[in-house]
Design a protein around this ligand. Structure first.
Ligand code: NAP
Ligand code: ZN
Length: 369
């Protein structure tokens, strides 16, 4: 069928993106779903820093690529082997399909899926296929989702069903920001009652980690970012304290555990330096492949500290997304508060500028029926 989607044509074009237009909104052909695949009509899609990282070359991926990996929609057609999803069901799309059988999948979320990661690196779906073409030319999938489009074909393993009471834009944000930030908080930080948590970097992912920490209610929650507007929002969302990295260093602030959600090695240094003895520093950000951070080995040893990387929130999406949806339903996780702006698909280049400038938490593309 014919669809409309936002295709990244070339990596590394100059800013402002509103002028250089690295992403074009074009017509494409979407093939029918294969046996394990599902066609989804997209209702909402969030713009994440990991989309920007493909555009600016920090994450090297094949182009042309139809971007977008944080999305939700309704099932429109299913492949012959998909028996557990009805047409019309609302689904959250997640950015790493889990095959469920590899060594990574057997760790209960701690490690990414091997075949899923390989597919993502090559811009294809879990079982090898590419379903997108434009005038005969292959267009690559982004993280198995390619959600900046009216429709997507994805593997069943990229989908988690949610009930209709979860609005599409909330469902979209559950798929990346909440699963990544909230999942890392639950599965990697694992704070005990009374323990404090510091979140460094307050974009969609960091704000979601903050919401999850407040919802969990173990102890003090400290929010850190360079921008005053983000600190203000963090206070409104329940942070007991919100400050800049300079204030953390100047005041010698510490928390039982810290979580870095900025994608900047300086933020990891801040998080590490602020972790209490015996604590965990969890790193979620994805800086460029050559970025290095300076951490003190002596401190790590003498204070018995742990540094943990967390991809996909160290989560099992089929287990954790329904749990976060339940928290949302109970009013404990106000995911709507992360949405700073609703936009149209053809505003995508401007949205990338806003994100690069740090002006947005989550911008969500809303699609008409
Ligand atoms: P974002 O919206 O760009 O937010 C990052 C925030 O960190 C911004 O507010 C930024 O402020 C702030 N920041 C930058 N340097 C800082 C520093 N030294 N100290 C404190 N704060 C600092 O990004 P996002 O969409 O939330 O994503 C966050 C990171 O997670 C990205 O690297 C993304 O690629 C990664 N990610 C990882 C996974 C995973 O599975 N591990 C999944 C999704 C996303 P400024 O705007 O002023 O720089
Ligand atoms: Zn993301």
């Amino acid at each position: 069928m014919q669809i409309t989607g936002a295709v990244l044509e070339e990596i590394g074009r100059s800013r402002p993106y509103a002028e250089s237009a690295p992403v074009s909104v074009t017509r494409l052909e979407l093939a029918e779903p294969g046996p394990t695949e599902v066609r989804v009509r997209i209702e909402a899609a969030g713009v994440c820093h990991s989309d920007l990282s493909v555009l600016d070359g920090n994450r090297v991926r094949p182009v042309p690529m139809l971007l977008g990996h944080e999305a939700a929609g309704r099932v429109e057609a299913v492949g012959a082997e998909v028996s557990d999803l009805d047409v019309g069901r609302r689904v959250v799309m997640t950015f790493l399909p889990r095959c469920g059988e590899c060594d990574g999948c057997r760790t209960g979320g701690r490690l990414p899926c091997g075949p899923g990661s390989a597919a993502n690196n090559e811009g294809r779906l879990l079982h090898g296929s590419r379903r997108l073409t434009r005038g005969g030319e292959t267009v690559h999938h982004h993280l198995g989702v390619s959600g900046f489009a009216t429709h997507a074909v994805v593997d069943r393993a990229s989908l988690v069903p949610v009930d209709d009471d979860v609005p599409a834009e909330v469902a979209a944000v559950l798929g990346c920001a909440v699963l990544t930030g909230g999942g890392a908080l639950l599965n990697a930080v694992r704070a005990e009652p009374g323990e404090s948590v510091m979140v460094v970097g307050l974009g969609g992912v960091g704000m979601a980690a903050l919401l999850a920490a407040v919802a969990q209610g173990t102890g003090e929650v400290i929010a850190v970012d360079t921008l005053p507007e983000k600190l203000e929002l963090a206070r409104e969302l329940g942070a007991s304290r919100a400050c800049t990295p300079a204030e953390v260093a100047g005041q010698g602030l510490r928390a039982s555990h810290t979580i870095e959600c900025a994608g900047n090695p300086r933020a990891l240094e801040t998080a590490f330096a602020a972790t209490a003895p015996g604590g965990r520093t969890v790193t979620v950000g994805l800086p460029g492949p050559t970025a290095l951070a300076r951490l003190s080995p002596l401190t790590m040893t003498a204070e018995a500290r742990t540094v943990i990387g967390s991809y996909l929130g160290s989560a099992v999406p089929a287990r954790d997304i329904p749990e976060f949806a339940r928290w949302w339903r109970e009013g404990r996780l106000p995911v709507e508060r992360l949405i700073s702006r609703r936009i149209r698909l053809d505003e995508i280049n401007e949205a990338m500028d806003e994100l690069a400038d740090g002006k947005a938490v989550r911008q969500v593309i809303v699609f008409d029926e």
